[in-house]
Ligand binder design. Sequence first.
Ligand SMILES: C[S@@+](CC[C@H](N)C(=O)[O-])C[C@H]1O[C@@H](n2cnc3c(N)ncnc32)[C@H](O)[C@@H]1O
Length: 293
Amino acid sequence: MGDVRAHYDGSAPTYHEQYDPELIWKNSEYPANFFRLQKVIEILRRAGSQSVYELGAGEASPIVRIHKELGIRVQASDLSPEMVRLGRENLAKNGMDPRWLSELDLNDKAAVQREHERVGTFDAVLALGVIPHVPDDDWFVDAMSSFLNPGGTLILQFRNSMFSMFTMNRLTKEFILDELLSPVPASFKDVVAADLDQRLAVDKPPIRRRDDGHGYDEILARFHNPLELAEVVKRHGFSDISYRWYNFHPTYPMLAGAIDPQEYREAQIALEADESWRGMFLCSAGMIIATKQ
Ligand SMILES: C[S@@+](CC[C@H](N)C(=O)[O-])C[C@H]1O[C@@H](n2cnc3c(N)ncnc32)[C@H](O)[C@@H]1O
């Protein structure tokens, strides 16, 4: 399996492009993180948060934007030395203190404890694009919680496994067999598997590899079931749990090429305003929002 740190060291130099408003229409890849950040800022504004800690903060584009728009205290950390180096440059370039970003591996419990003692607690804690790369959900939510004041807001992004019920591809097959039918006898699953091989595009999606062996689909990058993840959050002392969805798909992804790219992107962006149940199936990612008791 590829290495998470090496993956993000490699993607660090171009990561900021995802937040560039000039590229929203030009980038071939949908700028999902741009819309995610808009939603995060809105959530923090509504919650009235005066301080925020971000775990796995990358090259600091989110904390820079949050500080500029809301004027609140920000502090953050990340695993990848290259993300941290560029993030500190980013902070300095924007007139902010580079020490607001430090290097930290969330899997190192003693290091998380030291960081928590160093920076204290906050009104909100963010983790965007990070839980897919960490093996232990309970520890992850515990670590987030340790940076939060009572009454504070947790914003936890995850890759949405329910989206697989819409993709009609290999991910659908895996979701049905491994999740939905997990309690069913193996012989039944064999029958379903053979049927799904006929109905679904099981050769898709393509696996994202990199020459160095650290492509996104070669590292630990787990999906989460939103309902199960909410249960984890609940048992770590959180209430008022809700979802915000982003990265909407107006058709399943393999049909996108059949539609004019500009029209397709317009439809994707228009859907970002949808706050209904549809996001649970049309979105490849979501965020759990919760309050620490
Ligand atoms: C998808 S990127 C998102 C970056 C940033 N949160 C954003 O939204 O722009 C995920 C980040 O999580 C960091 N990360 C992954 N595993 C980590 C770990 N064990 N400890 C701390 N950070 C980690 C990576 O280095 C990477 O910068």
